[in-house]
Design a protein around this ligand. Structure first.
Ligand SMILES: *Cc1c(COP(=O)(O)O)cnc(C)c1O
Ligand SMILES: [Zn+2]
Length: 439
């Protein structure tokens, strides 16, 4: 049976797109393999020339259509990315690679909310994606693009999660995947995923930035599709979290959104999603989007502090939050733009602050990666400085799943685990009795 909602989509005015330079605005007739502007080498973004405020009625129609798709039986309607396809580049249905990405829960915090006097404090848990991180939303989009352009192999440099996602989606689509990882700095769970999903994994004696540089040489010479977040189609997939979040909030815009910042693709995508909703008249105000980095990997913090966002200050990154261990972020210009246009803050947090925030989330039954917990650590600082005021609504974007990095947790929690004891009911009872008296 032909999908009726799909038919409606073919008359949607928005989704013809062009690639345009974020800096000099040159429209690219054919993108180079590294998705850099042919005039000035800056990054590109996807632009929909027909998407603008004159389409107000179209905006209202979209809300209805997106809601209806949730009860469909078609994979492309149920995907938390492809459900919003009117605002994505058009891809033929047979090229869409989906595993039901997106569709992640929005969960209200209680203990942290009370401690910070923020009754409206929530987490959007992107770790609940098919491979356990938000990367799946972007990879679903970009790998579908690779397929529609008839590529047979895809590649990425990765701090871990992109490689897991690329490996899985490539396997689903029948393409080969090659991933470059910084040796010794990838959480074990992510490495295991990439191997199990069948990627060719190369560990380089370099950090993430070094891996990406080498990969550029590879895609220049071989017909392999680049899936790093330089790829503007990734951000199109990732921006859909803004749409899904607004649906979950009944279209009430929160005061603050807080994301961790590594290569800065996620924060850029989130900002782009909200701008498009505003331009369509689906929302009338913007949330302040704040970006949190680890103090040991803080190029954006330094860029904002030292020159107001005009020129990137690269750093040698060091943090145990390996997902954001990046010193030379590709999307820094886009991220500066998001900070400036939404009035967001850019803050750094220490390793200890990340660890305690992570444990606090854990104690509420919310597991996440160290990088994700930087958002709660950052929020605490922003409350202390008065930037976030009591009573304001806040959504923390948790980017990755707890089980990605179990070693980190076990190192933090060693003291919570008593040594092994004899299997003897009397001594167990004695311990349980003292535990019961504790509270
Ligand atoms: C990739 C990743 C980040 C960083 O996102 P960027 O888009 O690189 O800024 C943060 N947390 C997790 C868990 C990630 O996988
Ligand atoms: Zn340019």
């Amino acid at each position: 049976m032909e999908n009726i909602l799909n038919k409606v989509n073919t008359v949607s005015p928005a989704n013809t797109h062009v690639l345009r330079c974020v800096h000099c605005h040159a429209v690219q007739s054919r993108p180079d393999p590294m998705f850099r502007c042919t005039e000035c080498t800056e990054l590109l973004e996807v632009v929909y020339p027909e998407l603008n405020a004159t389409n107000m009625e179209f905006g209202l129609e979209l809300k209805k259509r997106w809601k209806e798709r949730r009860t469909s039986i078609h994979p492309e309607d149920l995907s938390g990315v492809w459900r919003y396809r009117e605002l994505l580049p058009r891809i033929a249905k047979e090229h869409i690679v989906t595993m039901g990405e997106g569709n992640t829960p929005l969960i209200r915090l209680t203990k942290s909310a009370e401690a910070l006097q923020l009754p409206d404090l929530m987490v959007k848990h992107q770790g609940m994606n098919p491979t356990g991180s938000f990367k799946d939303t972007g990879i679903s989009m970009a790998i579908s693009m690779a397929r529609s352009e008839s590529f047979e192999a895809v590649c990425c440099a990765s701090t871990g999660n992109t490689s897991a996602s690329v490996a899985a989606y490539a396997a689903r689509s029948g393409m080969k995947s090659i991933v470059l990882l910084p040796s010794g700095h990838v959480a074990r769970g992510k490495l295991a995923q990439a191997l199990e999903y069948g990627a060719r994994v190369l560990q380089l004696q370099a950090d993430f930035d070094g891996c990406l540089k080498i990969l550029h040489e590879v895609v220049r010479k071989l017909p392999i599709y680049l899936l790093n977040s330089l790829n503007p189609y990734r951000l199109e997939g990732q921006k859909t979290v803004a749409f899904e979040l607004m649906e979950q909030l009944g279209w009430n815009v929160p005061d603050h959104l807080i994301v961790p910042g590594g290569n800065l693709g996620n924060s850029s995508a989130l900002g782009k999603g909200f701008v498009e909703l505003r331009d369509l008249g689906l929302i009338s105000s913007m949330p302040k989007i704040s970006i949190i980095q680890a103090a040991g990997a803080n190029p954006l913090v330094r860029t904002m502090r030292e020159n107001g966002g005009r020129a990137l200050v690269p750093v040698h990154p060091e943090t145990r939050a390996t997902a954001i261990r990046i010193g030379n972020p590709a999307s820094w210009r886009k991220a500066v733009q998001v900070l400036e246009s939404t009035g967001g803050a850019c803050e750094e947090v220490t390793e200890n602050e990340i660890a305690s925030a992570k444990a606090e989330l854990g104690a509420e039954g919310i597991g996440c990666e160290p990088a994700s917990a930087s958002t709660l650590a950052g929020l605490k600082k922003l409350v202390r400085s008065g930037y976030v005021k009591s009573g304001e609504s806040v959504v923390l974007v948790l980017t990755g799943h707890m089980l990605k990095d179990v070693e980190y947790i076990l190192q933090q929690q060693v003291r919570s685990l008593p040594p092994p004891m004899p299997a003897d009911a009397v001594s167990v009872l004695r311990v349980v009795e003292t535990l019961q008296k504790e509270n």
